[in-house]
Design a protein around this ligand. Structure first.
Ligand SMILES: [Zn+2]
Length: 416
């Protein structure tokens, strides 16, 4: 049984043109899938953000004990049961995200959904948080393309925190979580359960700090990396002994990073031109948020560290860190905002200057009009004066003429 049945599932999962609309997961209404292959709709629904620990544990139990075989395969079903029984339940009972037996860390090797060079790829599940990420990835991936991948990461972080606050009091929680995804295209990963053009994804977290079993878990993950990458060899981890800006050194070795498992779980035997995308976040603010906001993840983004960058190189993964893309978008938006503000200021200045110019022109016009009026008045005054003088002259002339006439009359009458 097991692997040999996969191609049959592959054939059965050929899309049957049934629209998958009864879920908030789907943004693309043309998405078609076999209904029996539909993942649980509870995950990512807005209300699930506020689920209490019991509701999340019930979800985990349902998905681990009765998953869709078409989605996870028989191997996946076995692995889900093992993780539930050996990691989820004992960690909750023990109140510690790590499970131990006789001071030795308990871990479970699980198969990812894909094969590399025809072989199963196995990764170690070493703690509750890693287990939750792997379970979500098993039962929810793949998703329709263009889905809100950031939302998946945020819900995973929120659920880790809800469980941690309730069950792992006194234990630190992972400070970083990460999601990796890629879109399958024709011809890629024929051994997978799914048809092309789906986005396959995986979420995982960093190992929770301050726990004595963290180093054992990191060692397991490191060994897993070495085995899977062989014959390629991982160099010394760049962050092991790396000097920081504050003068202290970090001692982060292989296996600690959130990306470690997220990347491996969708690591496929496909040509290197494929592009895996990934995004890591600081968990703090997302965990405290009372509801999901789309900018929550963007604000918590975290660039891949030097260890992760070298891991991608050695694994020959063309990895697109969404953090830089988001940062680039933010820088462009900031630039645009600054330019807009500058343009606005420039326009306001121009308007101000124009208004000042107009006001000055008006004053000038007024001055000119007044001067003209004064000139006109002066002209009028002069004209009036001239008229008055002319009139006076005329009156004097008239008086003289009359006098002369009177004198003449007088002389004549005297002569008679
Ligand atoms: Zn890293």
């Amino acid at each position: 049984m097991g692997l040999k049945t996969w191609p049959i599932f592959f054939l059965r999962s050929v899309p049957s043109l049934i629209c998958w609309t009864n879920t908030t997961l789907i943004t693309n209404n043309n998405y078609s899938a076999n209904m029996t292959d539909t993942p649980s709709t509870a995950f990512l629904e807005t209300g699930s953000w506020k689920w209490d620990a019991d509701q999340i544990i019930a979800y985990i139990e349902k998905e681990c004990l009765s998953p869709s075989i078409k989605r996870v395969g028989n191997d996946g079903k076995q692995d889900l049961r093992a993780v539930h029984a050996q990691i989820i339940l004992p960690s909750l009972r023990g109140g510690d995200p790590f499970v131990t037996n006789d001071r030795q860390l308990v871990y479970v090797w699980v198969r990812t959904k894909h094969k590399v060079q025809g072989k199963d790829l196995r990764v170690p599940i070493t703690d509750f948080f890693t287990a939750l990420g792997w379970i979500i990835s098993m039962v929810q991936s793949p998703v329709a393309p263009n889905i809100n991948i950031e939302r998946i990461l945020a819900f995973y972080v929120k659920w880790c925190s809800t469980i941690g606050d309730e069950y792992f009091l006194g234990h630190r929680q992972p400070n970083t979580a990460s999601i990796a995804w890629l879109t399958l295209v024709e011809g890629q990963d024929s051994s997978a359960l799914y048809t092309p053009h789906h986005d396959i994804f995986s979420v995982s977290s960093s190992l929770p700090g301050g726990n004595p079993y963290k180093l054992q878990a990191a060692k397991m993950r490191h060994e897993c990396l070495m085995t899977l990458l062989a014959p390629r060899v991982l160099p010394k981890a760049p962050r092991h002994g790396q000097m920081q800006t504050d003068g202290t050194r970090t001692w982060v070795d292989w296996g600690h990073c959130a990306e470690t498992l997220a990347v491996l779980c969708i690591y496929l035997d496909v040509p290197p031109e494929r592009r895996m995308k990934g995004l890591a976040v600081y968990t703090g603010t997302i965990a405290q948020a009372s509801s999901f906001q789309s900018d929550l993840v963007r604000k918590a983004k975290k660039a891949a560290c030097d260890n992760c960058k070298v891991l991608m190189q050695v694994a020959q993964i063309a990895y697109e860190d969404r953090c830089s893309a988001i940062q680039h978008e933010e820088d462009m938006n900031k630039k645009k905002r600054e330019q807009d503000a500058k343009d606005k200021e420039k326009k306001a200045k121009e308007r101000r200057e124009m208004e000042e110019r107009r006001a000055k022109e008006k004053i000038q016009e007024l001055k000119e009009r007044r001067a003209k009026e004064r000139e006109e008045k002066e002209k009028q005054r002069l004209a009036d004066e001239q008229n008055r003088q002319a009139r006076q002259r005329q009156e004097a002339a008239d008086r003289d003429a009359k006098q002369r006439r009177d004198d003449e009359k007088h002389r004549k009458s005297n002569r008679r």
